[in-house]
Ligand binder design. Sequence first.
Ligand code: UD1
Ligand code: UDP
Length: 360
Amino acid sequence: MKISIILGTRPEIVKCSPIIRECVRSRLDCFILHTGQHYSYNMDKVFFDQLNLPEAKYNLDVGSGSHGRQTGKMLVGIEEVLQKESPDIVLVQGDTNTVLAGALAAVKLGIKVGHIEAGLRSYDRNMPEEINRILADHASDYLFAPTQKSKETLLHEGIEQNKIFLVGNTVVDAIYQDLEIAKSKSQIFITLGVEASQYLLATAHRQENVDDKKKLAGLVSGLQLVQSEFKIPLIYPIHPRAKKQLEQFGIDTTGITLIEPLDYLAFLQLESKAKLVLTDSGGVQEETCILGVPCVTLRENTERPETLEVGSNVLAGTDPQKILEAAKISYAHKKNWANPFGDGATGKKILKILKNELDS
Ligand code: UD1
Ligand code: UDP
């Protein structure tokens, strides 16, 4: 079985890392195809270095651009590589343009596609990710659903039961594999001069939030209100997209500690000891839930409803008063919820399933 793992952005590197590690450990015939969607050192290479991952065999260097342009460049480049390498299976993870291009290029060549993190739906078609995840799911041969709910969503959309595998989310594997290393290796508390539970952590980068001046201004005001209420530092490692938009709109960020994007071990360490996390990230909603840290989601909806159900997460949108209210509610929740995203062996399960299916 020859496996091609196609990835291109920060969260895909993190969430594919358990699969890549398992491929290396089991000496499987596997190579990484990086689209180059993310390319800044602190959005890309730092994760390969720190997580000790083998270098990508191919990097298409597509860089940034409009959705059509970026996805089109990926399609052309991925097709060429897949024709040359003829893998038995292409694995994609999540809902980015890289995932759409990877799934589409492979299925058109008649190569089997495995979609990791299948069946998530926000039911919000304004999100580019919603379109990507629906199309990737429907192009795939093996759909690795993280939860019972995501499995049911796929069945409801008419996908055959024998294509769907309930395996959990590889984000749990990544946390279990890296949190202890993060504790021993990361100096982030010293660097930032903060103590456990004595700071708030924020991330925001979603296109529909940060490219809209009113929403971004509301989101920032909400973070400022929360910081004033809790009277402890609010640290925001800022995604390059959000940084660019803040500068362009000239939004005042007084009271918020803006820092560069963090490496994974530093971020994980900071996230695990935060008093409260405010975010519009998909992965961060899951990670806080797994780590037992209360979360506020700066969106009107989520494709991770399990986090709302267990009580780790509260939806706030971008209205400042609603963000403040949600912060108080989320912080007051009992923090003894169960992790709904699996047991940390998802990567192994996925590879075992593929071996059974493809080697037979
Ligand atoms: C992409 C994904 C999103 C995911 C996010 C993870 C899509 C449609 N979006 O959003 O689902 O949550 O990655 O972080 O696939 N930039 C840099 N350096 C980089 C990468 C980007 O400076 O390494 C800047 C550029 O100005 C670029 C902008 O960020 O135009 C947006 O990058 P892009 O990859 O298009 O989308 P993300 O917002 O990162
Ligand atoms: N992350 C990180 N450094 C940061 C912010 C986030 O390592 O400064 C990690 C985080 O732990 C999670 C992933 O990046 O694993 C989430 O990526 P992002 O929010 O960019 O994308 P999304 O999950 O929304 O697609």
